[in-house]
Design a protein around this ligand. Structure first.
Ligand code: ADP
Ligand code: MG
Length: 240
């Protein structure tokens, strides 16, 4: 459904993403595990079109999107440092995700209202629609940011360490919520994390990334029982 072919990106000669290839299946929940600096955010930024690859290509449903601008890609991206508008309420922040889409808040307010209400219900924010975002907790802001992306109905949703800033309790709740959303919407997720337990618990398949290279992509069980290389085995053990 999405295919990445030999994607590469270097910053001042240092390879951040190195000949990365991957086939993403429709409706799967992929987790991507790698240490800090291994290229996780760079990969998502390349997929989203916020960074230009040095070589390689990205395909979505048979179309080469490598040079397509971000807003044409039908990919949602929840960045590590998501920028919400603190002085706007939850509804307006989520509706902002629809600007410049076929459903524009300015030109089609009734349909936008319905779509935003549906998404807020899905992420459990119905009661907070009128609240200024600046007054929300970290976990609530995280859900607003997710809602703002999901409201655009992306084919693939890219999440950069979506649970990283949350405490253990909230992380658990968001985990459950993400699974619920995934079942409700049938979106393909690529969820980047530095947390091994999270990658294992949530991934249908799990990618192990090291220094920009894909070491293995398999169901989490397989990665543990049949690590593809010595490097993967070392890497997984290093976490335990
Ligand atoms: P991760 O998200 O896994 O922590 P990043 O993708 O942020 O890793 O970074 C991968 C490597 O690329 C790091 O060595 C980082 O310093 C470098 N890098 C990322 N973005 C830039 C940039 N805009 N300019 C220069 N170097 C960058
Ligand atoms: Mg990162």
């Amino acid at each position: 459904m999405m295919e990445v072919r030999a994607l590469a990106k270097a910053f001042s000669g240092v390879k951040a993403i190195d000949e990365f290839s991957l086939q993403v299946h429709a409706d799967e929940y992929l987790t991507l595990l790698g240490p800090s600096g291994s290229g996780k955010s760079t990969l998502l930024r390349l997929l989203a079109g916020l960074e230009k690859p040095d070589s390689g290509s990205i395909w979505l449903n048979g179309v080469d999107i490598t040079t397509q601008p971000t807003h044409m890609r039908n990919l949602g991206f929840v960045q590590q440092k998501y920028a919400l508008f603190p002085h706007l309420n939850v509804i307006d922040n989520v509706a902002f995700g629809l600007r410049h889409r076929e459903l524009d808040p300015v030109t089609d307010p009734a349909r936008v209202e319905k779509r935003v209400a549906d998404i807020l219900e899905l992420v459990g924010l119905t009661d907070l629609g009128g609240r200024m975002v600046g007054q929300l907790s970290g976990g609530q802001k995280q859900r607003v940011s997710l809602a703002r992306t999901l409201v655009t109905e992306p084919k693939v949703c890219l999440l950069d360490e979506p649970l990283g800033a949350l405490d253990a309790n909230l992380r658990e709740r968001m985990t459950v919520e993400l699974q619920k959303i995934r079942r409700a919407l049938g979106v393909t997720f690529m969820h980047v994390t530095g947390n091994e337990a999270e990658a294992i618990a949530m991934g249908d398949r799990m990618i192990v990334l090291d220094r920009g290279r894909l070491l293995q992509v398999d169901p989490p069980d397989t990665i543990f029982t049949v690590p593809a290389t010595i490097d993967v085995a070392r890497y997984i053990n290093a976490y335990n």
